[in-house]
Design a protein around this ligand. Structure first.
Ligand SMILES: Cc1ncc(COP(=O)(O)O)c(C=O)c1O
Length: 562
């Protein structure tokens, strides 16, 4: 049994001591050691990916309704954090965890987080962030150059010029996308002599002034839900995010886009303003990339802001061999990238970049007490107010790991992706359902004989033959897919219970069974610690559990197959 916690009397002297570095470094270093050991243990610990505790049990642990009155000793709180939080955290860095856009992080990131906390700079203004403001501007310029590659003199002129900003550091990708779309709105409804601009009078009056009934954002059906949030916040309404279907490679279908744009601009009497077209460079569900060059020229043609949501894939530009994949990104008006994805930084930091140094001036805000009109404060250009010095992490990582290092990491990710594809094929009881580009595979458990049968039904159903037989084949195919969907949902739940490995799950309408929605397992293969043997174990577990569960579904399938 743990000894009862020592009570401490709150007095100002005690509190004062919490705010100053102890005169002897021993005390500080003692807690530091303890903390680092706790962190280290978390990484060393074997066992499941999610602790065995249930969600209701966790709710019971964290059920205090009142803020504690009496202070506790730091060491007691650390012990509580260990027992109640660390022990029940998800091991997202485990090499067996290949389900989300998250990975092991380099250990130096933890130390950089300490520096960030210790310096406690507030990037909003120069009075609270001196050198760190310049670091941020340098980092933004690096990425700007990586994406837009404007001439050296452009960067010499603007990177540290406080009158403009080439981009913002945001708290995440959602905020990066939102920032891009706020700018797009201002560009769509710019101020004139007798119109002060959308941000001043609101979207309703802006539409009225310019003679539109609605303003829309166009994206593919793979678009991230942050765009809908942005549309809601900007007053456009979520229903004005227009989703264009994708082809079987999960890329926006350009023909359908053109048809839709034509309809929006002409058939409905020209009453819709196409505010922005959003291309995706690495979709959340499948990692595929939209046809960016085509989207760029269409956007230019119709005068829409072209935003590329490269939250997932943008960092791939660091490595020359990935540049062709992202061709067209340089035509964007704005680009968002997440540092906590392929830059291997801890949660969370986004970046939004604008090709034109003038764009962020459209949303510039000033105030009398901070971010004054003639100040050099970064906060004049950001949606957020107070911001941490997060960019220290990717700034340092780009030095420590370097472009060469990122090249090796992405090569490793690609190798893992191919290795997993091969293992899935060899296992024979899986079907891969996308063509991976940026380290994401979507696939499903599908017994070999069912796979053969549904292929037969599909070729018969889609042949030019007329009559009952092809119709019947398609009907059977659809019904079997329903069964396989249910099987994969059950398999995913079983994998969660087993808890030795983790992949995620989604539902796609864009597979070869289009338009039928197919439940897929989703693997994101970016953890450099995931090796071939681990991938074998992951697939072995899925095959074993899938085979067991299939037995429950087999009779229903037999009825359909006859
Ligand atoms: C393509 C894409 N855009 C935007 C986001 C939103 O990023 P965040 O979760 O950092 O807000 C994500 C997150 O997964 C994403 O994959």
């Amino acid at each position: 049994m743990r000894s009862p916690q020592k009570k401490i009397k709150s007095n100002l002297e005690y509190l004062r001591k919490l705010f100053i570095m102890p005169e002897s470094p021993d005390k500080f270093i003692e807690f530091g050691h303890e903390l680092l050991e706790m962190i280290h243990d978390f990484f060393q610990e074997k066992g499941g990916i999610h602790s065995a505790i249930t969600l209701p049990e966790l709710a019971r642990i964290f059920n205090q309704t009142c803020i504690p009155d009496e202070p506790m000793l730091i060491k007691d709180v650390l012990a509580e954090i260990k027992g109640k939080v660390i022990d029940h955290s998800v091991k997202v860095g485990s090499p067996y965890y290949i389900g989300h856009m998250i990975s092991a992080i380099p250990y130096f990131m933890i130390l950089l987080e300490m520096i960030i906390a210790a310096l406690n700079q507030n990037q909003v203004k120069i009075e609270t962030a001196k050198a760190s403001s310049f670091v941020e501007r340098e980092f933004v310029a690096w990425l700007h150059r990586l994406v837009f590659n404007r001439p050296e003199r452009f960067y010499q002129r603007h990177m540290q010029n406080p009158k403009v900003a080439l981009g913002n550091i945001t708290s995440d990708g959602t905020l990066a996308n939102l920032t891009a779309l706020v700018v797009a709105r201002e560009k769509a409804f710019p101020p004139t002599k007798n119109f002060p601009g959308a941000r001043v009078v609101g979207i309703e009056k802006a539409l009225e002034h310019y003679g539109y009934e609605r303003a829309v954002i166009v994206v593919s059906t793979r678009g991230h839900y942050s765009l809908k949030k942005a549309a809601g916040l900007l007053g456009l309404g979520e229903q004005n995010v227009i989703e264009i279907p994708v082809d079987e490679f999960n890329r926006m279908d350009i023909k359908r886009l053109k048809r839709k744009l034509n309809h929006l601009q002409h058939d409905s009497g020209g009453k819709a303003k196409i505010m922005a077209i959003v291309g995706i460079a690495g979709t959340t569900e499948t990692g595929n990339i939209d046809p960016l060059p085509e989207l760029g020229s269409i956007s230019r043609e119709i005068g829409a802001h072209f935003h590329v949501d490269a939250c997932w894939g943008g960092s791939a530009l660091l490595v020359d061999e990935y540049k062709p994949m992202l061709r067209g990104i340089e035509q964007a008006d704005s680009v968002s990238i997440d540092a906590h994805k392929l830059l291997y930084c801890p949660m969370a930091m986004g970046i939004v970049l604008f090709r034109s140094e003038k764009d962020l001036n459209l949303i510039k805000q000033t105030s009398r007490y901070i971010i004054r009109r003639n100040s050099v404060d970064t906060g004049r250009f950001t949606i957020e107010g107070s911001r941490p010095f997060s960019c220290l992490k990717p700034w340092a990582a780009l030095k420590i790991i370097g472009r060469e290092g990122y090249g090796l990491l992405f090569r490793k990710a690609r190798e893992s992706t191919f290795a997993m594809m091969n293992l899935l094929q060899e296992a024979e009881t899986f079907e891969v359902l996308n063509t991976p580009e940026l380290f994401i595979i979507t696939y499903r458990f599908l017994p070999a004989h069912v796979k053969a049968q549904i292929s037969e039904w599909m070729s018969l159903g889609r042949s030019r033959r007329k009559g009952k037989e092809p119709r019947e084949a398609l009907h059977r195919l659809r019904k079997t897919n329903h069964i396989i969907n249910a099987l994969n949902i059950k398999l995913h739940k079983a994998l969660r219970l087993d808890d030795t490995t983790f992949v995620s799950r989604t539902t796609l309408e864009s597979t070869r069974y289009r338009p039928q929605k197919i439940v897929v397992l989703r693997a994101v293969l970016i953890n450099p610690l995931t090796d071939h043997q681990i991938l074998k174990e992951i697939i072995g577990t899925q095959k074993r559990l899938g085979g067991k569960i299939w037995k429950e579904f087999e009779p229903a399938y037999q009825k359909i197959a006859g």
